[in-house]
Design a protein around this ligand. Structure first.
Ligand SMILES: [Fe+2]
Ligand SMILES: [Fe+2]
Length: 220
C-alpha cells in the first residue's frame, strides 16, 4: 500500500508541485501550490474519516489531494491527465496497481468538464478541490488587479470558508463568508455555479446531501 507519508517525502512529487505553483503564478492564476494541495489533502482526509473509509482509501484520498495539480507545470489545459500519467510513472508497480489506478482516476476527474465519477476517491477529491475558495488563494498583491479579474475578485471576497461534515444527517455543508464590499453575490454565482454543481454530484455519489451557505443564507 502506498502511504501519504511516502508521497510527501518523494522528491520528484515535491519538485512537480513546486514548478506547477511557479508556472501558474507566471500565467496569472491563483494559488495551486503547497498551500492549495495541503488544504485539499487535509480536507480529503477529513471527509474520508467522517465517511469511515478504510486505511487504504484514506491514504489514497490524501495522496490524490496532494498530487492532483502537480501536472500543471507541463501545461494547464491537460494538467489533470499529465498529473495522472506522472503518478503512474512513479508508482505504477504491480503491488499497488489497484490503488494507483484509483488515484489516477481521481486526479483526472478533478478537472474534467464532463465527468463520470468512477470511484469514491475521485468524489472526495472533487469536493475538497472545488471547495477551496478563499482570500489566501489570491497571489496578486495589487488591489486594482484583483478587482479586474473575476476569479481573483471572487476568491478575495471569501474571508471565511468551512466544510462541515454531518455524518448523522448525512450532509456536507460548505459555509462561506463573503465580503460584499468586494464582490456581488451574483459574481460568485457566475464563477462558482458549475463548481458547486460538481460538488453536489460528488457529495451525492457518496450518499450524502450537499448544502451551500453564503453569509448564513442557505442556498441549497
Ligand atoms: Fe486542477
Ligand atoms: Fe486544485
Amino acid at each position: 500500500m502506498l502511504t501519504f507519508q511516502q508521497i510527501k517525502e518523494n522528491k520528484q512529487i515535491h519538485e512537480f508541485i513546486r514548478r506547477s505553483a511557479i508556472y501558474l503564478k507566471e500565467i496569472d492564476y491563483n494559488d495551486h501550490g503547497f498551500r492549495h494541495v495541503g488544504i485539499v489533502s487535509d480536507r480529503a482526509g477529513k471527509i474520508a474519516r467522517t465517511l469511515k473509509f478504510n486505511k487504504q482509501a484514506t491514504e489514497s484520498v490524501k495522496i490524490a489531494g496532494y498530487c492532483h495539480d502537480m501536472g500543471n507545470f507541463l501545461g494547464r489545459s491537460f494538467h489533470h491527465y499529465w498529473g495522472a500519467m506522472l503518478f503512474h510513472q512513479l508508482f505504477g508497480g504491480e503491488s499497488s496497481i489497484g490503488q494507483t489506478a484509483d488515484i489516477m482516476q481521481a486526479i483526472v476527474a478533478h478537472d474534467k468538464e464532463e465527468v463520470k465519477i468512477m470511484n469514491k476517491i475521485a468524489a472526495v477529491i472533487i469536493i475538497a478541490d472545488k471547495s477551496d475558495v478563499h482570500r489566501s488563494r489570491v497571489l496578486s498583491k495589487k488591489i486594482d488587479k484583483i478587482r479586474a479579474d473575476i476569479h481573483d475578485r471572487v476568491n478575495y471576497a471569501v474571508v471565511d470558508n468551512h466544510l462541515i461534515l454531518d455524518s448523522k444527517k448525512k450532509i456536507i455543508k460548505l459555509s462561506l463568508t463573503i465580503d460584499q464590499k468586494f464582490v456581488e453575490v451574483m459574481d460568485y454565482f457566475e464563477i462558482f455555479t458549475q463548481r458547486m454543481i460538481y460538488c453536489r454530484s460528488s457529495v451525492k455519489y457518496l450518499g450524502y446531501k450537499f448544502s451551500l451557505e453564503i453569509n448564513k443564507f442557505k442556498l441549497s
